[in-house]
Each structure stands twice: as structure tokens, then as C-alpha cells.
Design a binder for this molecule. Structure first.
Ligand code: ZN
Length: 447
């Protein structure tokens, strides 16, 4: 049943901030501001039960905060339980084009798990500032159990309302809230606290065609700033019979205030510039970062399989660290290369660490099986989840004069061999003092 607050003459304010973890300042500089901002948010929420705050859809902000304020964990959990704080579901607000599909899924999973430990994630695939969106995102969200997304950039001009059904190539759909004026559309309305009612009226009239019978969504926040602690006080004063004002989390707006059926459907990738720049240059700037991302992703992928298939060690803590560092680096101002040089240096080092951690896990797993191979044999490991035939290149000791090279597998089967090139004649002293050929035509004669 529609209430008076659910009409075109009402508005819902969603206090939030957008937190680029690193960008024109490196991570630690922004984190110092983050801690101050979240201090303010927690104090405001605790002093005012009507206050709500949506933490930018990413758990990285909470993790980074708690590292400096470990004593605030219970405070955050209490605010989440009370419905005042909406956290997650992502670990970080990623660039969707510059990482693998597996990384996107891991991002959601790690964010979800971290939020669950504090009371539960916001069940909205919030993607406020990404530079366009991949076609499979509705599929990923739907498979994870999400019914809703919310985003700004990339939506085509054919969407005339404030929501659409976003469909993936496989037919999966999520109802998507279209932040057509960006994620800070409520800020101008708040510029003069005594004139909020009037400014809101003007904005509601200007955008009336977008809202239909639904209340105006006013996203009250922007980059790297906590909302003013007096926000709910101002809004209470501005609320009137003519236009009721509610303060909510983004999840509450979508699931409790919106009523209109959504008819517009958009299928696939979102890369339109019509309502927001999608900064296409970021796909190629600072190419080295993109290459290092790909290397790190593939190395951890191989390491995870090698560890699962061949190792008796539990290396999951190492793999989690590697994944975390990769996911951190997918932030939409990190791997894209839109940050300063010192930010990019840090992304570069983080990706290198991820690849090194993964390489250590992979090599340790391979060493376990390699130890079972006879001294005159070679280990050939296939990290793919299916059997395959492939050429393998190895250095072998040359057979005696006139002998033929033969490759015999562990099951006794023989395989064709091609000599690519003879190696240099190289000798090396054995532990027992005898000299033997490692590669080359023949061993030295005994002394
Ligand atoms: Zn951003």
C-alpha cells in the first residue's frame, strides 16, 4: 500500500560518502582523512537514531578504519544491527574492465564475508563511480542472490526514468537504480540549510519526469567527506506537509520506498557517455599496471589450483593475502592509472607482492610433487582442470653416441620427441668429486 511518503511529492535523503581509496593522493594520506570522516559518522549516528549512513558499497573503507580504530568494531556492529549503517557488499569499488571475471567474483565474496562478520552486507550491487560496466555484471549479481544494483555512468539515453532492468547476455536481470545526476545529486539542495525545502522543490519539479510516482532520491554526500552532523536536524526542519523528507540507507530507499514497476530494459555492457563521462582513456594509460594485474591474477589462479591439487600444505592465508592485494588494486582509480605517480608506484608494488606471494605458493606445491620424481625424470604439471596434449620443452642429458632420445611417461607410455638444439658441452664437479656431464655429449672419463 502506498503511503504519503511514497509519492512524487516526497524525498528520501541517503547520507553517504564516496571514498576513492587512492587517487590524487596515495592510500595512507586518504586513509588519514577516512578515519576522521568515519569518526564523525559514528558519533553522529550514535547521537541521533534517525541518522543513516551508506558506506559507499565497499568494505575496504571499514577495514582501513578498523585497522586504526580496532576498538570501534562493536560500535560499527551495533549501528549495522540497528539499521543505521549500510556496509558492503563489495570489498572495493573496482574497475570492471581491467580485472578478470574471477577477480570480480572474489571481490564480492570477500566483501560479503567481511560485512557478514559485522552484521551483514547491504544487498545492493552498488557501483556508483565505475567508468562503465561489463555485460556480465547482472549475471554475477543475480548468481550471488542480488535483486538490485545502483549506478551512474554508462547508462544509455533510452532510459528516461530513475530505474531500469539490467539484463546480462545469459538473461539474468537486476533492477537497477539509475543515479542519473550522479552519486551526489542531493548536495546542491543542501547548500543553504535554511532553504532546503525550496531547493528540493525546485529539484523535484526539474526532475519530475524521472521519478513518476516514486519519491525523489537525494544522494547526500560526495568524495572524501562525511555529511554535516546537523544534516538530520536540517532535514527535519525542511520536511513539510507539501513535501515529506525521510532519511534512509540506499537499501531502504530501494526496498521500502520505491513502488513503480520498471519497464525499461537495457541488455549488456553500459558504455554510454550520455549522463556521465566514462573516461575511456583509462583503458590504455599506464599500460604496465594492466600487465602486472594480468600477471598477478594468472599467478594466483595457478597457485590456488596447484595448492589444491598437489600440496598437503594449507596455504590459504597466503592465497587470501594475494587475492586481497589484487582486489585492492582493482579500485577504479588504482589499476586504471588515473592516480598520481606515487599512487601508481604503490599499486605496482602491491601487484608485485600479490604475484610473489602466489608464486611462492605455486612453487612450493610443485616442489612437493617434484620430490617424488626420479632423478632422471622431469615433472610436467598441468594446472588446467582438464587433460590436454601440449609440447613440453626440457633440457636432457644427451643419450650415448648413436642412441635415440625417448620420452617415457610415468604410466609407461612413450611420446614423440624432437631435438630442438644441442646444448653446450658443460661439465660440473659432483659432490663425490667425480665429474659428470649435466648437458652435453658425454660424461668425462673417471680420473
Ligand atoms: Zn571514485
Amino acid at each position: 500500500m502506498r503511503t504519503s511518503a511514497d509519492s512524487a511529492d516526497s524525498a528520501v535523503f541517503v547520507p553517504h560518502f564516496h571514498w576513492d581509496r587512492e587517487w590524487y593522493e596515495p592510500f595512507q594520506v586518504f586513509r588519514h582523512r577516512l578515519v576522521a570522516a568515519l569518526d564523525t559518522v559514528l558519533e553522529t549516528a550514535e547521537a541521533n537514531p534517525d541518522f543513516r549512513f551508506t558506506v559507499d558499497g565497499q568494505m575496504a573503507a571499514i577495514e582501513d578504519y578498523l585497522e586504526m580504530r580496532p576498538g570501534s568494531r562493536d560500535r560499527i556492529a551495533a549501528l549495522v544491527a540497528g539499521g543505521q549503517l549500510a556496509i558492503g557488499p563489495w570489498l572495493i569499488l573496482l574497475d570492471e574492465f581491467l580485472c578478470s571475471g574471477e577477480t570480480i567474483v572474489r571481490n564480492l565474496r570477500m566483501g560479503w564475508e567481511a560485512a557478514a562478520e559485522l552484521g551483514g552486507p547491504m544487498p545492493v550491487g552498488y557501483l556508483p563511480d565505475m567508468f562503465g560496466h561489463v555485460a556480465q555484471m547482472p549475471q554475477i549479481l543475480a548468481r550471488a542472490g542480488f535483486e538490485h544494483a545502483a549506478l551512474w555512468r554508462g547508462v544509455p539515453g533510452s532510459v528516461e526514468g530513475h530505474a531500469f532492468r539490467w539484463r546480462a547476455p545469459d538473461g539474468s536481470e537486476v533492477r537497477t537504480e539509475f543515479l542519473f545526476d550522479g552519486y551526489d545529486n542531493g548536495l546542491d539542495v543542501l547548500l543553504v540549510p535554511d532553504r532546503i525545502g525550496r531547493a528540493l522543490g525546485e529539484y523535484a519539479r526539474m526532475t519530475a519526469d524521472r521519478w513518476g510516482g516514486d519519491p525523489v532520491l537525494a544522494m547526500a554526500g560526495t568524495d572524501h567527506n562525511a555529511p554535516d552532523a546537523r544534516l538530520t536536524q536540517w532535514l527535519r526542519r525542511a520536511s513539510s506537509d507539501e513535501r515529506a523528507i525521510t532519511v534512509a540507507t540506499l537499501d531502504e530507499y530501494i526496498r521500502e520506498h520505491v513502488r513503480d514497476e520498471v519497464s525499461a530494459v537495457v541488455t549488456g555492457e553500459l558504455r554510454s557517455h550520455v549522463r556521465g563521462n566514462i573516461l575511456p582513456g583509462v583503458l590504455s594509460v599506464r599500460l604496465g599496471l594492466k600487465q602486472r594485474m594480468a600477471v598477478a591474477e594468472r599467478t594466483v589462479d595457478h597457485a590456488e589450483r596447484a595448492n589444491a591439487l598437489w600440496s598437503r600444505r594449507d596455504d590459504s592465508p597466503f592465497l587470501s593475502v594475494a587475492w586481497h592485494k589484487i582486489i585492492e588494486s582493482t579500485a577504479h582509480d588504482s589499476v586504471v592509472g588515473s592516480g598520481t605517480d606515487e599512487t601508481c608506484d604503490q599499486v605496482d608494488a602491491r601487484l608485485a607482492e600479490a604475484a610473489q606471494t602466489a608464486r611462492a605458493v605455486r612453487d612450493a606445491a610443485l616442489a612437493e610433487v617434484a620430490a617424488l620424481v626420479p632423478g632422471d625424470g622431469h615433472l610436467v604439471a598441468n594446472p588446467l582442470p582438464f587433460a590436454r596434449t601440449a609440447a613440453v620443452e626440457v633440457d636432457v642429458v644427451a643419450p650415448p653416441e648413436g642412441g635415440a632420445l625417448v620420452a617415457t611417461a610415468a604410466d609407461g607410455s612413450t611420446h614423440p620427441v624432437q631435438l630442438i638444439s644441442p646444448g653446450p658441452h658443460r661439465t660440473q664437479r659432483r659432490d663425490d668429486g667425480r665429474r659428470a656431464a649435466r648437458t652435453g655429449a658425454a660424461p668425462d672419463p673417471p680420473p
